[in-house]
Design a protein around this ligand. Structure first.
Ligand code: ACK
Length: 469
């Protein structure tokens, strides 16, 4: 081979090698590029997905505290006792001193007592016990509440101290709340608080609920009976446990779809097709507001559950309780919007109540109770046909005012039905709680008269004058 031919051959080999190496490198670069972009896309997509999930969970837009964890449903654990030990501390029973029984729960007694905390002095606690002879399922349901409560850490949520599961009786130990449940506390202290104090209580409940909705927990049974009050009037949300709570709740009734639901406190979509959400909790919160502002009155009074459902469907909403500021009744009405996406979120409720507290003059405008009672007399419970003012006052446990009425010339129920709150004050009823009870009853009387007049029975339903003493 000549020199020139050899050089040409070498050149050809060089071109082939360069082309092969170049092609191979290109292939590697291309593969790497595809891998990286694919991975990036996957990352971006999964990020968007998780952000979306968070956003739905946190109710469109409200950014909860950074680092706030998400609630984990203990039922997702294959072994429920694992959930209890993950979320609740095991307490040595020798550290617990039971003092007295304070109530009864579905699973056993509720007691008050003391818990010794190493290195600290004893703290007062409430102790829920699981009575003997329980089934495995009852034990699991009982401890589910601890697995839920143990995940929460907020000043307006009842605090779990720990559980006793390794000896008998099985116990759940929580912080002690001196004033017990909110509904009975308010009934006991009818008319005793200022509006600002009541709004403070409502603010606390809303703040606890904001925390729960932020971490993705839906309560489903928010009601004044499930709020506990301490000796500083701080209100804390309690009674957790999903379906178990509803089994436990005496207010829960079976719906046509077979669920057990506390009808008066529950949003229509949750009653109709079990759509429970933080928005249905907001509806219940509106009912709690009404319970608080009426000092523990029963929502919808003695109306039947069926009538409550029908009235709500027809657009009827609870009127403002006596002495309730307009701003608070308006907030209630917002919570009771049929369209759940239009109800306020708990962070909105907290900011709204904060504004009212900072500017108390906004609470001075009261809803004029006389005009705010149910539009339709059918919505009111029938008042019994009392034969005298004495009987009427007895029925509302206000007989001590009988002479006040008679002395002021109110001798027939007919005349009483025309009285205003000022008239009631003028005849000498000075306690706000008593004024409230009498005025509520007068309103019911007035509606019944109206109803009777409309149906033409007035003549037959004689109003007996008070017998002379
Ligand atoms: O209205 P009460 O006094 O408050 O009666 C009920 C009773 O136990 C049955 O549930 C009371 N109770 C429940 N948990 C607590 C608690 N953590 N602190 C004080 N009382 C409580 C409740």
């Amino acid at each position: 081979m000549s020199d020139s031919e050899e050089a040409a051959d070498q050149g050809q080999v060089l071109v082939i090698v360069t082309a092969t190496v170049g092609g191979f490198s290109l292939l590697i670069i291309l593969t790497l590029f595809l891998l990286i972009t694919g991975r990036c896309q996957w990352y971006i997509k999964s990020k968007i997905k998780s952000e979306d999930k968070k956003r739905t969970q946190y109710q469109n837009g409200h950014v909860p505290f950074p680092g706030l964890k998400t609630y984990i449903d203990p039922d997702t654990y294959e072994d429920p006792s694992q959930a209890v030990h993950e979320f609740a501390k095991e307490i040595d029973p020798s550290r617990i001193r039971i003092e007295r029984v304070i109530g009864a729960g579905e699973f056993g007694e509720v007691c008050s007592g003391r818990l010794r905390i190493p290195g600290k002095k004893e703290i007062p606690v409430a102790i829920k016990t699981l009575k003997g002879g329980y089934t495995e399922r009852q034990r699991r349901d009982f401890l589910r509440e601890a697995s839920i409560m143990g995940q929460f850490d907020n000043p307006n949520i009842i605090r779990l101290e720990g559980v006793v599961t390794k000896s008998r009786p099985v116990m759940i130990v929580v912080e002690y709340m001196e004033n017990g449940s909110l509904d009975s506390f308010l009934r006991k202290h009818d008319g005793h608080f200022t509006v600002i104090q009541l709004v403070g209580m409502l603010r606390g409940i809303a703040s606890g609920m904001m925390y729960l909705s932020d971490i993705g927990y839906v309560h489903r049974d928010l009601a004044a009976r499930n709020i506990l009050v301490d000796d500083n009037l701080v209100c804390k949300v309690s009674d957790f446990g999903l379906s178990r709570v509803l089994e436990d709740d005496p207010e829960a009734a079976y719906t046509t779809t077979g669920g057990k639901i506390p009808i008066r406190w529950t949003a229509p979509e949750a009653i109709a097709y079990r759509k429970f959400s933080s928005a249905s909790d907001a509806w219940s919160y509106g009912i709690v507001m009404w319970e608080v502002m009426s000092y523990g009155e029963r929502p919808y009074w003695e109306m039947s559950n069926q009538d409550v459902i029908l009235s709500i469907e027809e657009g009827y909403r609870l009127p403002a309780p006596m002495g309730c500021p307009v701003a608070l009744h308006q907030l209630m009405l917002l919570c009771w919007q049929k369209e759940r996406s239009r109800r306020p979120r708990f962070n909105d409720v907290v900011s709204f109540l904060d504004k009212l507290i900072r500017n108390p003059s906004s609470l001075l405008t009261l809803v004029e109770d006389v005009h705010s009672f149910p539009e339709s007399p059918e919505d009111m419970p029938d008042y019994p046909l009392f034969i005298s003012i004495g009987d009427w006052l007895d029925s509302i446990k206000m007989s001590q005012y009988k002479n006040n009425f008679i002395a002021a010339g109110y001798t027939t129920l007919d005349s009483i039905s025309t009285m205003s709150i000022d008239d009631v004050r003028r005849i000498g009823v000075s306690l706000i709680g008593h004024q409230r009870r009498i005025v509520s009853s007068i309103q019911a009387l007035r509606l019944q008269f109206l109803h009777i007049q409309q149906s033409g029975f007035h003549e037959n339903w004689s109003i007996y004058p008070e017998e002379p003493q």
